[in-house]
Write a protein that binds this ligand. Structure first.
Ligand code: GDP
Ligand code: IMO
Ligand code: MG
Length: 856
């Protein structure tokens, strides 16, 4: 790109030096992969990494002879190496390096382009807000049509730019990939594991299949996404140019001190910035054509694309950066002449209000045709005779027979045209997000605290599984609250809290909890219970006790809240749902149910439940819950349609999931993200993001394998510091160090997209913080979670020891201020799991939460 349209960062990114540096990064990563695979001696690998460097002058000199830049590069490096040079570029074809390095280059460019785009989106959002109520003449076919809001123009652009961003992010995924598949893509000379290793090391993806090159549809799609951004800018710039025409004069491009418009006409202030954007956009579009042609390569590749690509890729990125920065400046400092906008509305004697008069006449019973034919000549008369349309309407006999003077005057209120602007904004600027917050370990990760924190931005918080086995502690404004059944958004009156169909609900425990919340001063009038949720009765609790007793030393260590038996009844199709519980039939249904259940209890040597003693209380409890029981499936569907913000709150942790946990030492529901779909009726596409709550260490309550458990003073110390005692049963929690194989497993089975790391403060004061990276099982290193609890018990943790920290972090409010070793701990987890840590919790209080990235 010509210097005039290039910013420094992009010149650097697309410089020869950076290109060769990226070649070297790829080559060295390949050598490292070979070394890790045991195919290259360590000393050779180390020698290459130590000695190899980019020498531009030498490359240039060699290229003059070879006429091949990659060979020039590899030969130049070989000159720096000894015997080990045979491993440099070993088994690679040039394009393995060129294409992979190009992806690295584009990754850097894309990071900056995204920043540029976000800045422009932010400006459009602010302009939309600022001018939300500013009337402006809407023009269709270039003619005055109806009043609209100036803010709506920006809102429309905001919306389009967001679509552009989505497309760009999608295409990034396709372009930021490496390929190391050899000369025709068949991996004949290079193990596939090398490609996988290099991709992981560079934090990129690899093409699942390629020829000698990455398929060029990726590049075409990418360039198209850039061109679409440019085309959106062109559209905005064109509108600004139109609105700044002398006849309109509603906006003006910023015109700096000393700037000149025309060499011949000193009075002129031309919209040259916007004109420049329009011209650049034309160029951007032309790259798409070339990029599409580049897709058509012969057989396993020819080189016809290369020359074109050397120009269009750097140019498209560099030019778009230039356009975005320049245009953002124009928009930010745009001179807006609101007076002129108001004046222009008054041109044409008010005929632009004709649509409103038409509607009013129709509302009064006139046919559309009759009303139209009545108004049209009056509007034309106003224009021809330069008389106010409103006065002519009032004077007209036929009109005044139907409309009073007041009614006619009402048609000329500009608010008629602006009344839905804020509703459009609501739809647009609040797009309606859904986020699932779930425990990624063995429960008690701090889900309650984080759900309560996030619920400020939610319209609805939904619990989808479990019952009052859960215990969620919430601390704010100096008070501590413990929730078992009720979603952690209940303290926020504007948030609707749903106990969805996947839950098992003990109505007595529920009533107690509601009363506790009310006693604490919260109305708790925002609770809804699914009519499909199952009721947990006393007989379930008795059966839970009996099951545990019968298991003896093999007991699960349940919370004894009847959870397992309640879910067993649901699956056996003998459970009772809320819709039946609150019905008139309940006494009869309950009698039949109890007859069956009491037989089971007696068989197991337990205490049968007395129907007469309990039915009265249950009827009262049914009366208590009845007003809250509703069709929550429809409620949730409606909320989605209305683009409400929805939070799902998991209970327990993924490793206690009945399918994926360390069976049988699990709870009886699907705790994992799949449980949300079945447990609420939201549907598979209803969850936008999944936030895994990860305790900085590990705890477990109840029985079952726990590889990193610390049955020693360290474990006791963690327990005391973290107050690790059960919220529900007050049992001391078992404690241990962070277990990455388990966490990675959890991330996979839940599709966790973000991590919130909690209780980090508890680890303050340790000299070293061990993190389990692998298990050793029968002499083998594994990093996956075995299905059998027996096998997991035999897995010995293999630790990596990270440096600890002494500083008190409980009052730190920003990530940058955290001690370096805390950040290293966070970033280590991030790197190992490949999942961004977007929140860090440094204490139980709601305020002790650090946000790195807003996700909800
Ligand atoms: P949940 O079941 O996942 O909601 O977690 P629990 O509430 O049962 O257990 C988490 C415990 O840790 C509670 O006592 C919280 O008040 C507390 N807690 C949450 N986050 C933090 C944190 O970052 N630091 C400390 N020290 N305590 C926390
Ligand atoms: P929250 O939501 C920690 C454990 C029990 C037992 C196993 C089965 O606060 O994270 P159950 O009563 O469900 O049949 O018990 O599951 N368990 C929990 N552990 N936190 C929880 O919930 C738990 N809910 C159940 O200790 O090992
Ligand atoms: Mg808990």
């Amino acid at each position: 790109m010509i210097k005039r349209y290039s910013h420094k960062e992009f010149e650097q990114i697309f410089s020869d030096e950076n290109r060769f540096n990226n070649y070297l990064i790829i080559e060295e990563a390949v050598v490292e992969a070979y070394f890790k695979l045991g195919l290259i001696p360590e000393k050779d690998y180390e020698a290459i990494v130590k000695k190899a460097h980019v020498d531009l002058a030498s490359i240039e000199e060699i290229e003059a002879i070879t006429k091949h830049d990659v060979i020039a590069f590899t030969r130049s490096i070989s000159l720096q190496l000894g015997e080990e040079k045979k491993w440099f570029h070993y088994s690679l074809t040039s394009t393995d390096v060129v294409d992979s390095a190009q992806s690295l280059t584009l990754k850097a460019a894309n990071g900056l382009l995204l920043e540029d785009l976000d800045n422009l989106i932010d400006v459009t959002r602010k302009m939309a807000k600022k001018y939300e109520k500013q009337p402006i003449m809407g023009r269709t076919h270039g003619m005055h049509a109806e009043i609209t809001s100036f803010g709506l123009k920006w809102a429309l652009w905001f919306d389009e730019l967001n679509r552009c961003k989505e497309r760009f992010l999608n295409e990034r995924k396709n372009i930021e990939v490496i390929k190391l598949s050899g000369a025709v893509g068949n991996y004949a000379n290079i193990p596939m594991a090398v490609e996988e290793y290099v991709a992981k090391k560079l934090g990129m993806d690899y093409a699942k299949i390629s020829t000698q090159v990455l398929s060029r549809d990726r590049h075409a799609g990418y360039i198209f996404s850039l061109a679409q951004i440019a085309s959106c800018l062109e559209k905005m710039a064109t509108e600004i140019r139109h609105l700044s025409r002398s006849e309109i004069g509603e906006v003006q491009e910023p015109f700096s001190k000393g700037q000149k418009g025309s060499s011949a006409m000193p009075h002129k202030k031309n919209p040259i910035g916007c004109e420049n954007i329009c011209g650049c956009a034309r160029l951007m579009r032309s790259y798409v054509d070339v990029a599409l042609e580049d897709n058509n390569l012969w057989h396993e590749r020819d080189i016809s694309h290369s020359s074109a690509e050397r120009i269009i890729l750097p140019d498209a990125c560099t030019l778009l950066d230039y356009m975005l920065k320049r245009f953002t400046g124009i928009c930010k400092d745009l001179v807006v002449n609101t007076e002129k906008m108001n004046e222009n509305i008054l041109l044409h004697y008010g005929v632009t209000y004709s649509g409103g008069v038409l509607s009013k006449l129709i509302n009064k019973g006139m046919s559309r045709e009759e009303a139209y034919d009545l108004i049209q000549p009056i509007a034309f008369k106003a224009l021809n005779e330069k008389k106010l349309f409103r006065h002519l309407l009032i004077e007209d006999e036929k009109v005044s027979k139907v409309l009073t003077k007041k009614e006619i005057t009402e048609c000329f209120d500009e608010n008629n045209y602006l009344k839905n602007v804020s509703n459009i904004y609501n739809r647009l600027l609040k797009p309606g997000k859904s986020l699932l917050v779930l425990g990624s370990q063995w429960g008690d990760e701090g889900k309650g605290k984080i759900t309560n924190f996030l619920s400020e931005k939610a319209d609805i918080v939904i619990r989808y599984q479990g019952g009052n086995n859960a215990g969620h502690t919430i601390v704010f404004d100096g008070h501590k609250y413990a929730l078992r059944l009720i979603p952690s958004g209940v303290f926020n009156e504007n948030v609707k809290c749903i106990l969805a169909n996947g839950m098992v609900i003990n109505p007595r425990a529920f009533k107690e909890e509601v009363e506790e919340i009310r006693k604490a001063g919260f109305p708790a009038n925002n609770i809804y219970i699914s009519d499909r949720a199952h009721v947990l009765f006393d007989h379930h609790i008795e059966l839970d006790r009996l099951n545990e007793e019968s298991l003896g030393s093999k007991k699960i260590g349940t919370t004894k809240r009847g959870i397992g038996p309640a879910y067993a009844d649901k699956i056996s199709r003998v459970g009772m749902r809320m819709c039946d519980f609150i019905s008139d039939e309940f006494p009869e249904l309950y009698r039949n149910l109890l007859t069956i259940k009491n037989k089971q209890i007696i068989d197991m040597g337990g205490n049968p439940i007395d129907y007469d003693k309990t039915v009265k209380e249950y009827i009262e409890l049914a009366n208590f819950v009845r007003p809250m029981v509703t069709d929550t499936v429809s409620m949730i569907g409606e909320a989605r349609r209305e683009r409400k913000n929805i939070l799902f709150e998991g209970a327990q942790g993924a490793l206690l999931d009945v399918d994926f946990g360390s069976y049988p030492y699990v709870t009886s529901s699907n705790v994992t993200s799949g449980g949300t779909v079945d447990g609420t009726g939201i549907g598979c596409h209803g969850i936008d993001n999944i936030l895994g709550i990860v305790k900085a260490y590990e705890t477990r309550v109840g029985e079952g394998a726990f590889p990193t458990e610390q049955l020693n003073e360290i474990g006791d110390l963690i327990r005391e510091r973290g107050h690790e005692y059960g919220t529900v049963t007050h049992r001391p929690r078992r404690t241990g160090f962070l277990d990455l194989p388990a966490l990675k497993y959890s991330i996979q089975i839940n599709s966790i997209s973000y991590i919130c790391l909690t209780l980090v403060d508890v680890l303050t004061g340790f000299d070293k913080v061990p993190v389990c990276t692998h298990y050793e099982y029968k002499g083998q290193l594994i990093d996956t979670l075995p299905s059998s609890d027996r096998v997991l018990r035999e897995c010995k943790p293999v630790y990596e020891y990270l440096d600890g920290w002494d500083e008190d972090i409980s009052d730190i409010k920003s990530y940058d201020k955290l001690p370096e070793n805390v950040r290293k701990y966070v970033e280590f987890i991030e790197k190992e799991t490949g999942t961004p840590v977007v929140m860090v919790s440094t204490g139980p209080d709601k305020n002790q939460t650090i946000i790195r990235e807003e996700i909800f």
